[in-house]
Design a protein around this ligand. Sequence first.
Ligand SMILES: C[S@@+](CC[C@H](N)C(=O)[O-])C[C@H]1O[C@@H](n2cnc3c(N)ncnc32)[C@H](O)[C@@H]1O
Length: 268
Amino acid sequence: MAEAYYKQHWIEIEPERHAAYDQILAFHPAMDPLIRPLDLSPGQRVLDVGSGPGHTTFELARRVSPGGRVTGVDINAEFIARSKARAREHAVTTEFVQAGFPPLPFPDASFDRVFCKNVLEYVDSAVDTVAEMARVAAPGATVVATDSDWDMLALDIGEEGRELSDRVLTAAKSIAIKEPRIGRRLRGIFTKVGLTEVKTEVLAGADVVGRSLPMLTASLARYARDSGLVGAEETARWLKMVEAAIGARTFLFVLPQFVVRGMKKMSP
Ligand SMILES: C[S@@+](CC[C@H](N)C(=O)[O-])C[C@H]1O[C@@H](n2cnc3c(N)ncnc32)[C@H](O)[C@@H]1O
């Protein structure tokens, strides 16, 4: 493998996983609290750091239209190609750039708003990436990062599934996520890189109907298998227990999202 697993699994994404991400990362109005701290208005230049399939990028672009422009940047070539193709269906101004970061391939002070959602857990250095987000933000710009804290994840599929759940989740985290505690670390990182007026919110909606099943199937079960710490038969058994709990209405999944906002200082 050319890169560490936590990076490589984003460079190479097979077609079934692309299909799953279109579901998992679709924009939904319930995600509004993640975007609201950006305080978007028409005409702004926005950067979406790790734009993935682009569904959130297009929502950002809608909110800065007319006159605004959103740039998405991502390491995965297919995400960028699909986003460019989708741009034709949206009457908004977007641009998509393929690049691994850090560093970010943009000049200093070139954006009014910088946004990053569920990406910083995967990069080689979250501190260097947030420092880059601050560098490309214009004086007075708002920077927002929202990310999970995987060590605060709560999953219940019944007591009989507890031990296996713990093993599957630990195995998945061990290879696929560089920084599982990124949620709780964001506030300190924002302050460290010189962003000011840092505000933190934690959103922790409970999935009790199985909306997270595509993520558990396409991401976590697969990562656990790839780790070699849990066998294919065991991950299949775990997914069956998850599905049974969803069917029995006893399922619970909570993955808290930290939403952190900071401001780039005005020039002295
Ligand atoms: C969970 S997805 C989130 C996508 C998007 N922000 C969203 O919420 O819809 C994580 C994204 O980060 C990108 N990514 C991960 N590591 C990266 C890196 N080192 N450089 C650039 N992009 C990266 C992946 O390709 C993927 O699109």
